[in-house]
Design a binder for this molecule. Sequence first.
Ligand SMILES: Cc1cc2nc3c(=O)[nH]c(=O)nc-3n(C[C@H](O)[C@H](O)[C@H](O)COP(=O)(O)O)c2cc1C
Length: 480
Amino acid sequence: MPGLGLRALIDVLEQKQRVRRISRMVDRTWEPGCLVKWAFQALPEADRFGMLFENVKDSKFRLATGIIGSSREAYATALGIDASEINEKWVDALLHPIEPVVVAGGPAQEVVARGAQARLSAWPIPVWTPGKDAGAYITAPVITRSAETGTQNMGVYRTQVRDDHSVVVNLALAGQGTRNVRTYTDKGRKAPIAWVIGADPAVLLSATAKLPYGVNELTAAGGLTGAPIELVPAQTVDLLVPASAELVIEGEISPGEIDQEGPFGEFAGYMGGVAPRPVARITAITHRRDAIYYGFGSQMPPSESTMMQSLTNAGVVLKQLRYDIGEPTVVDTHIDLHFGGAMGHIIVAMEPRDPAHSKRVGCLVANMTALKRVTVVDPDIDIRDPEHVDWAINARLDPGNDIVVVGAAQFAHMDPSVRLIGNRPGPASKLVLDATQKLDAGPFSLPSKDYMSRALDSWKDAGLPAFELPRCARLRLDRA
Ligand SMILES: Cc1cc2nc3c(=O)[nH]c(=O)nc-3n(C[C@H](O)[C@H](O)[C@H](O)COP(=O)(O)O)c2cc1C
């Protein structure tokens, strides 16, 4: 079943009480940023919802946040699947990517404002950490292009509003966006750039996927929806942008034009620093007449950002391990939803072929990703249940033999535990925990499945309260 468009998704999630409309007037300089923080800091995932602000002071446009990333259920609904199918959906999308198609026009260009008419202040761009952030910033997929190959790339890069017609883009120095921009600016040319706001959820989610350089994330978005993503030529820059987006901001980065970016609240839970980053001049803003501005919340985890990045990249890593590296023994992967998205803790469930296999796979994952902690477990552990994973660590890991610290780790300048030396990240490391069963520890200390199943009838007869069998208990009983 294909996924839902953004507006249909908002309607469906609203019916499930997973989106709330806020009709009272809000001040974008502090209220939405704080309200979405309450949704993530105070509510458990099962009760969390996204927000549609219908009345934002000084803007005629609506503001949405937390729509796709409030919960696994919302993320899965956006893709038309059940939450248990997210990983395999990603594996399938990456195995069967679909090239986008160019169409004549689309709602994203219903209104075209060029040059001086393209004013950022018309849009309800929030201040996400009021009282601490340097100002408002855009959180949306950013499209860049390689001048050498013509291939586009899409990633979410925080973008600080500098004034009505320019921004500072937090393009990571070693990132794919920077690599594309430099194919122009290193040759003295202006680099095209576009921010895609409120596109099809598959487009928004694919922007959070860490795919190899040269792979256009829009092909993965096509794989997710099972149909090509429709693109239109941008009005003022040489890029193709999603035709159904709510709005698209077009701009250019000139060689050597930089400004200070930040400070801003960051995903790891601390305020970040100030660093020089490229300036982009806005050349046009195209949009639906009644556009909804969609900003992803980030900063103190958990957040929409950590949810989206974790859920997306667990599937990406699973596909890479199984199909690119050739480790069919890997059964499942899960990235902790509470910290750092693609830089947090991954749990890998696998069937080791030999005693060192699980450690090898753990070290491989540590080296090929930005993830800081890798825990490898057997398939009889529910990797989405932190208590079950903790049991495996306590019962199956011998610290002297089963822990590997991997040094010389990837660029980790956003890791607050790594000291900055002269504004550059210090040496970083990773932790690999091999919590698979290495020794035959004998049978589980649970009554056999037969006894336990019969006791369920006794439970019922005794009038005790009904419960849903947790996956951890089911997996244990299967071995009891
Ligand atoms: C809300 C949000 C904000 C993000 N901000 C940044 C950022 O400022 N800079 C950055 O390099 N990555 C940022 N990321 C992570 C990237 O979007 C992500 O790593 C993506 O895969 C990068 O794409 P790329 O590998 O094609 O460059 C952010 C992600 C989200 C969801």
